[in-house]
Design a protein. Structure first.
Length: 359
């Protein structure tokens, strides 16, 4: 990607709905950030609140609780099909971008998190360090249990994390990403994202979707050629509550895990699915490096016709090509076969061992 952001200047953008209890905790963690200039710019987009979210923020400001923060509170009422977190997060990010531009920082950094999250003291600094070698940074999600955690649930969390770590290990064996080297995590959600303003603007901003707006933004960025980094130094504590503000979000996942303890199967894609996906994306990357007509021939073997290539071109780099082309191929592929968590774990371990033995 061309151009470098001003890594010393940024704004944290937070959508908040009915977070009177948790928002002050988040702001306190932002107030305690180290290694960055103060005051830290913060946009809080309080939308459709029926509690004291805005009042809690104002009370904290009046009491001087967050002296290291420069907070802009925006209250909004969203209606109809726009009344969801995607619209609220986009409004918060747009307000942050406008703030930086008004202050003469067009190449600053937008960071976003959730109002019920809690941040380590180095969250901003770690994001900015990671952006020195990437274009967008996702933070690792660490479940922040309220009260005494059920040891069975902690074990389930650990096994699910082992599964996704196994997927990344398989990728490292078959097609390691040079721009996102191990060790890395696999999270890039609205709970912790950082992106330069210029790149955010270049892709048209965050898609205002009712769910999955964060992953949709990352998809746009990668399709634009952005290097996504899952830096292990960037992490965020996320709520373990089962009742969230959006269907399909973290609370939905926590409720699903609670049902697993009652006997529901936790199904995940089989190891063979990931092997096929990794090898397909590796083949697409190699095809991009070829010159026509060799590229056309290589893409045809993968299922991409000349009409597909006409839609894909021009691509700025192999990252963009792989992201765009793989979407086409994925849309033509059958759904991934799934199996129970423990079987999926065993299959991933066995596949990784066979790949290592064959190397």
């Amino acid at each position: 990607m061309s151009g470098w952001p001003d890594l010393s200047r940024g704004v944290v953008c937070i959508p908040a709905r009915n977070e009177a209890e948790r928002l002050p905790r988040l702001l306190a963690s932002l107030n305690g950030q180290s290694g960055v200039p103060t005051p830290v710019r913060v946009v809080v987009l309080a939308n459709n609140c029926t509690d004291e979210t805005a009042a809690a923020e104002r009370a904290g400001q009046a009491a001087g609780a967050w002296a290291a923060l420069d907070i802009r509170l925006i209250e909004a009422t969203l209606s109809g099909t726009e009344a969801h977190v995607g619209t609220a997060r986009r409004m918060a990010l747009e307000a942050g971008a406008d703030w930086l531009a008004a202050d003469g920082v067009p190449d600053g950094v937008l960071l976003t998190t959730d109002a019920d999250a809690r941040l380590p003291a180095d969250w901003i600094a770690a994001n900015l360090r990671a952006l020195a070698h990437a274009d967008v940074v996702g933070g690792r999600l660490v479940i922040d249990e309220d009260g005494d955690a059920d040891p069975r649930l902690a074990d389930l969390h650990a096994r699910i994390e082992r599964y996704w770590a196994g997927v990344r290990r398989l990728e490292d064996l078959l097609d390691p990403p040079p721009y996102d080297p191990a060790p890395r995590h696999g999270d890039h959600t609205g709970a912790s994202l950082a992106v330069p303003v210029s790149l955010y603007r270049a892709v048209g901003g965050l898609p205002p979707l009712p769910c999955g707006e964060d992953n949709a933004l990352v998809g746009l960025l990668r399709a634009h050629g952005a290097r996504l980094r899952h830096c292990p130094d960037v992490r965020v504590m996320v709520s373990a509550r089962h009742q969230g503000r959006v269907s399909g979000g973290m609370a939905t996942e926590m409720a699903r895990r609670a049902r697993v303890l009652e006997g529901e199967a936790y199904l995940l894609p089989e190891a063979a699915h990931w092997r096929a996906l990794i090898l397909r994306r590796a083949a697409l990357r190699r095809a991009f490096q070829l010159q026509p007509p060799a590229r056309v021939t290589a893409c045809a073997r993968l299922g991409l016709g000349t009409e597909d290539l006409a839609v894909l071109d021009p691509c700025p780099n192999d990252i963009a090509f792989v992201e765009r082309a793989d979407r086409i191929l994925e849309s033509r592929s059958p759904p991934a076969r799934e199996c129970p968590l423990d079987q999926a774990l065993a299959d991933l371990d066995a596949l990784a061992l066979s790949v290592k033995d064959a190397a």
